[in-house]
Design a protein around this ligand. Structure first.
Ligand SMILES: Nc1ncnc2c1ncn2[C@@H]1O[C@H](COP(=O)(O)OP(=O)(O)OP(=O)(O)O)[C@@H](O)[C@H]1O
Ligand SMILES: Nc1ccn([C@H]2C[C@H](O)[C@@H](COP(=O)(O)O)O2)c(=O)n1
Length: 228
């Protein structure tokens, strides 16, 4: 870059549910002064709109027909990420069990993916200093030219224990089954499934603390920026 300006850095963080993508991405973005985008929240937001509007979620044609209707706006400040649908703050409602159980069906529809992926690319382009984008297909499909791609993993047991701790009192086995089922649906869909990009760095977080994962990713970004 001219005038000594730092080139915006694009970081893609993918992986199955509960591997620590959101916690890690937010902290890395905050530490490095980058924007942050939770793409799962966008798929949850469009699912919430479909549920609220009574769309038949067993019918991909019905989902495709209305995929362009809701206006989804994501705020990319890592300290206070926001998400609205048609001007309504849906940060809470998109985390309900109903949305969680239906989001894989909605996000498997190609028209939904095209719409949401375009939104993601435009937000990445607009991030002046760079952005950390987390999801399932960021490194493979949405931003294949990202400067750094990270694929987080963890054992289903570790992920279920983390989630049950969050949802105080939730049954660990039921939580484990639900996340394994969602991963299977997300990995087996035809259009841009959950997958590790060939050039992604895989980080198994099973035995790592969140602080260790954050440090590891910050180091990877700094090494990229230094041209290592
Ligand atoms: N390395 C870690 N060790 C212990 N707990 C962790 C670790 N990483 C994340 N967590 C905790 O696990 C839970 C899930 O993390 P997070 O929401 O970041 O995962 P995720 O991959 O974004 O999940 P999802 O894809 O379902 O949105 C959170 O409570 C978080 O604090
Ligand atoms: N890039 C993405 C991000 C998310 N999804 C879908 C599949 C997930 O099960 C769901 C919710 O994501 P989460 O909030 O758990 O990160 O959204 C996707 O298909 N592609």
């Amino acid at each position: 870059m001219e005038n000594g300006a730092v080139k915006p850095v694009i970081v893609a963080i993918d992986g199955p549910s509960g591997t620590g993508k959101s916690s890690t991405s937010k902290a890395v973005a905050e530490q490095l002064g980058l924007s942050y985008l939770d793409t799962g929240a966008q798929y949850r937001a469009i699912t919430w709109w479909m549920v609220t509007n009574g769309i038949d979620l067993t019918d991909p044609t019905a989902i495709a027909a209305v995929a362009g209707k809701p206006e989804i706006v994501s705020g990319t400040d890592p300290v206070k990420p926001t998400i609205t649908v048609d001007g309504v703050d849906v940060a809470g409602p998109i985390r309900t069990e109903e949305v969680t159980s239906k989001v894989s069906a909605v996000s498997a529809v190609p028209e939904v993916r095209t719409r949401i992926s375009e939104l993601q690319r435009s937000l990445a382009r607009a991030a002046a200093d760079g952005i950390v984008v987390e999801g399932r297909d960021i490194g493979t499909t949405v931003l294949p030219d990202a400067d750094l791609k990270v694929f987080l993993t963890a054992s289903p047991e570790a992920r279920a224990a983390r989630r049950s701790g969050e949802l105080k009192g939730a049954d660990v086995n039921a939580t484990r089954e639900a996340l394994v089922k969602r991963d299977a649906a997300d990995s087996s869909r035809k259009t841009s499934p959950l997958a590790k990009a060939g050039d992604a760095v895989e980080v198994d977080t099973t035995e790592l603390t969140l602080a260790q994962v954050i440090e590891c990713v910050v180091t990877l970004v700094e090494e990229k920026r230094a041209g290592k």
